[in-house]
Design a protein around this ligand. Structure first.
Ligand SMILES: [Zn+2]
Length: 195
C-alpha cells in the first residue's frame, strides 16, 4: 500500500488478459500473518542488481493489479530493501523504484491519513506520521537520488519503508484497534477461503 479507501485510484497498464498466460503470472502478495512480513531485510548489494532489475517491474505489475499505490519487497517474499510506489500523476503511470531507501529528515509537523495495506486487504485505519520526509535512495541504475515528499506520497513512502523493517501500519495504532482489525482480517480471509 497504502491503498486508501478515500482515494480510489484507477487501475492502469496491465491488459485484462495478462493473467491468462503462465509466463505473465503476477507475483502473489503475502498476507498477514505471513512471518516474512515481520522479517528484517538486508540492503541490496551489487550482486543483487540483476535480480532487482527483474523484480522491480514484477512488483509494479503486482501493485497495479491489486490495485495499490505502493509495494515493498517483503510483501512478495523478497527480504531486500526495495520499494515501488506509483501515485499516478494525472491518471498516468508514474512509477518510482527505490533501492536501499533511507529517511534523512522528517518534519516535526504530523499528518493523519487513512492507510490500508495490500497485505491486510480490506482493513483501514487512521495513522499519524511526519507530514514531510526527505529520503535518499538508489535508482535501478545504481545512481544516488533524493526525494522530498509531502502529502500522500510522504505517507506512502513511510508506510513502505516500515515494511523493510517488518513494521505494519497497524503497529502505529492502539493495541485495541490493532487487535480488532487483525481479528476482522482473519475472519474476512477465512470467509474468502469458504467462498
Ligand atoms: Zn503495506
Amino acid at each position: 500500500m497504502p491503498e486508501t479507501s478515500s482515494h480510489p485510484l484507477p487501475l492502469p497498464l496491465a491488459p485484462a488478459d495478462a493473467t491468462e498466460s503462465p509466463e505473465a503470472a503476477t507475483l502473489p502478495i503475502l498476507l498477514v500473518p505471513d512471518p516474512r512480513l515481520r522479517s528484517k531485510t538486508r540492503a541490496v548489494g551489487p550482486g543483487d542488481a540483476a535480480m532487482v532489475r527483474a523484480l522491480a517491474p514484477q512488483m509494479l505489475e503486482a501493485m497495479y493489479k491489486a490495485p495499490g499505490i505502493g509495494l515493498a519487497a517483503p510483501q512478495v517474499g523478497t527480504l531486500l530493501r526495495l520499494v515501488v510506489v506509483d501515485l499516478q500523476k494525472n491518471d498516468k503511470p508514474d512509477p518510482l523504484v527505490l533501492v536501499n531507501p533511507e529517511i534523512m529528515a522528517a518534519s516535526k509537523e504530523l499528518a493523519t491519513r487513512e492507510e490500508g495495506c495490500l497485505s491486510l486487504p480490506g482493513q483501514f485505519a487512521e495513522v499519524t506520521r511526519p507530514a514531510r520526509v526527505k529520503l535518499r535512495y538508489l535508482d535501478l541504475s545504481g545512481a544516488k537520488r533524493e526525494i522530498e515528499a509531502e502529502g500522500l506520497l510522504a505517507t506512502c513512502l513511510q508506510h513502505e519503508l516500515d515494511h523493510l523493517d517488518g513494521v505494519l501500519f497497524v503497529d502505529h495504532i492502539s493495541a485495541l484497534k490493532r487487535n480488532m482489525l487483525l481479528r476482522k482480517l482473519a475472519k474476512d480471509l477465512k470467509a474468502k477461503v469458504r467462498d
